[in-house]
Structures are given as structure tokens and as C-alpha cells.
Design a protein around this ligand. Sequence first.
Ligand SMILES: Cc1ncc(COP(=O)(O)O)c(C=O)c1O
Length: 447
Amino acid sequence: MATAQAQAKIAIPNDLEPYWMPFTANRAFKKRPKMIVGAKDMHYISSDGRRLMDGAAGLWCTNAGHNRAPIVEAIQREAATLDYAPAFQFSHPKAFELASRVAALAPADLDHVFFCNSGSEAVDTALKIALAYHNVRGNASRVRLIGRVRGYHGVGFGGIAVGGIVNNRKQFGALFAGVDHLITTYDREKQAFSIGEPEWGAHLADDLDRLVGLHDASTIAAVIVEPVAASTGVLPPPKGYLERLRAICDKHGILLIFDEVITGFGRLGYPFAAERYGVVPDMITFAKGVTSGAVPMGGVIVRKGIYDAFMKGPEHVVELFHGYTYSAHPLACASGLAALDVYREERLFERSRKLEGAWAEAAMRLKGLPNVLDIRTVGLTVGIDLASKPDAVGKRGLEALEAGFFEHDFMFRAVGDTLALSPPLIVSEIQIDEMFDKLARIIKAVA
Ligand SMILES: Cc1ncc(COP(=O)(O)O)c(C=O)c1O
């Protein structure tokens, strides 16, 4: 019987049913699969052999473009040289080399790097470091974590607790105790169709003072925000907002964490958004672009004072009881080093900065098309809010995604009825025009 079952499985090698897809309408996908079988530079190849323009750098991650030879070859070499080295009490040279390279890209004294395998792990790692930091300094009452409404910090329990997206929270019980949220920085009435950072809204950072008034600073460990809340629809920070948040954190001894899983590695024209905004957080979380998406990797960059606070006591004792089997995996490190080389040699962060104006101008051409309620651009990203269909939130977004894939050879993100673009940083001006022309036709098609 077991053999018959096994044979039956062999006879159906590509049954779509067993794979429970993440953040996907599974039944809709399986009725009409959008299957990708290859990629090169700015394009994906679909299973029916079409070349599709990648408007989203995969999932905001393949910043150097797809299947870049130096990255592919570095991974191949590493796989044949060192498949794995234990992450605890042993290591390998590329882990140290990559930590040095990443730290060198970060501002000020953000100079120590803890590696993990995803953005979600990076966030949970940063939250744990924040709690442990206060603990080792004798401030054990600082246990509260502050996120923000409409924040996305991955899907770990810590990340969904500080996150502010209702669908990601509502099915998962009481979450993590002792968490509160700042109000969102987005107000369509005041900010609609802003290019870059909106003029209105710096004062929204003062909401942290409200939370300090409510909970007392002595109970608050850290605040975590995305410099640009990307996954929730690209919400750039109002001018002056992040500076003000930093000042309030400083006043109260609260750590400030920038979740740069998307904003890192050139998306906003700089290695990190911290540099674009001239604000130095206490920790930066990163993932995605560090390897240009080719091998999973994430991490946390911490300021020297945080690392040093742990380096006390007997030297044979583990300082932080935290880590992953695959922290600084050799393949991820090789991919990361090669990706950083490509970014540097092709000056891709600068390229992203230079293209920002043309990108924003092309995006704003969609203003006035049917159902377009707002367009927000910053760096090489855009969020376009479409009006929802009556009683069917998300349906227009999904229809746009499908029209893009099946009829216009174009892939992008749809979060509910918000369309989001974030192309690989190698995108050309001609391709930018092509993307927004396609998008205009798609928006009209789903009107
Ligand atoms: C800001 C931010 N944090 C965390 C994550 C989670 O990353 P991952 O999906 O690699 O766990 C994401 C993913 O988009 C993100 O945008």
C-alpha cells in the first residue's frame, strides 16, 4: 500500500495541492498558477516561456538584478568549498569579512553585526537584544516594546506584536505582552500625491511622548519603525519625523531600532535609510538586499555601546543566549560579499539616487487614472492606492496582479488594493517608462 501511494506520488510530480503558499490566496493561485521558471537581470521567465519585467525586485530583494554572474559564481564556489560550518563556538572567515563590510556601510558607531536568516529573525533578534541590553545594564524594568500602526516587521511573534497590520495579528491570540503602538505617519488628506517625504506630519513623532506619559520611560526598552513603511504600501516618513523620534528616544533612554529590511542596500539611494535621513538609530535590521535575494540572510547591526555592554564578566561565558544554526551560513556570506561587490562596482546605490526623480515623475503620470486615490514615491519605490471594489477589498489588486502577469508581462506587488513597485536597481530609464506604461494599461483594465 505504502509503495502504491509512493508510486502515485511519483506519477503526479507537480501536484499543486501539498504546497501551502505563504501570504497567498492559495485557491485562486492554484486555479490559475503564476509560475516562474527562470530569471535574468530585469526579467523573469514564466513557465509558458514569456519574459516578464520584474517591477518588484522579486519581493523587494534582488537589488542587483537576477542571476548576476558574480553572485551565482560566488555561491557555486562556496557550495563546492564549504557547505556548512557550525555557527556556535566555530565560524569561518567569510562571516567576519561580511560583518566588516556591512558595518562599514552603516553610519556612525553601528559597528557590530549579528547574522540570522530572514527579516523576521532580524526583527526578533533586535527586540531580544534590546531587552537583554537593558537587562545586563541593570534596567530590568525596561521591557516594553513600541511599534507603529501600519508597521510590518515580519511574522515572528515579536514582529507581529510590534507590527501594526491587523490581518497579520488578528488570528494569533494575545501575542506578546507589553507592546504598544505609535500612530501611523500616513494621512491621505494632508499628504496625497507627495513625491518623497511629505511636508506634513513631523509632529506625529510626539505620539511617543504620549506613550511615555502612559507607561513611563522606565518601562520602555525600544521603539522599532521602518524608516519608510514599505510593505504596507510605501509610506515615506514626513520631513523631520525621524529626527524628532530620535530626540524623544534620547530624552528618555529608549533604544531606537530602524527596520531596514527593505530600505537597506540602495532602495532609497543610500546603503541605509539612516544615512538618507541623517538619523543614527541604535540598531538596524537588514535582510533581502544583503545577498540580493540569492540566498536567505538577515541580520542586526548594533552600536558599539550595545555590543560592549554584553562583553563583561568571565570570558568563557556565552554573552547572548541567542543564535541560529544557519547564522552567517557560508553560502549566504559568499552571496552577500559578491552582492556588495556588484553594488560597489556598478555604483548601484548612487544609480538609485540618480533615477529617483525620473522614477517619481513617471509614477505621477498615473494620477487621474480611474480609481487612483494616491501615489507615493520615495527612492526607487512607489505605492499606488486603488479604490476597492464595493464589498471586495483586495479584489481589484489581485485582478491587477493577474492582468500584469498574464496579459502585460509585468510583475509587481499588490497588497490589498495598493500596488507597489520596487525594481532592481539596474533598471534603465526606458524600462521605467515601460513599467508605468504597462501599469497605466493595467489600471484601466481593472477599472
Ligand atoms: C521591514 C520589514 N521587516 C521584516 C520583514 C520580514 O522579512 P522576511 O520575510 O525575510 O522574514 C520584511 C519583509 O518584507 C520587511 O519589509
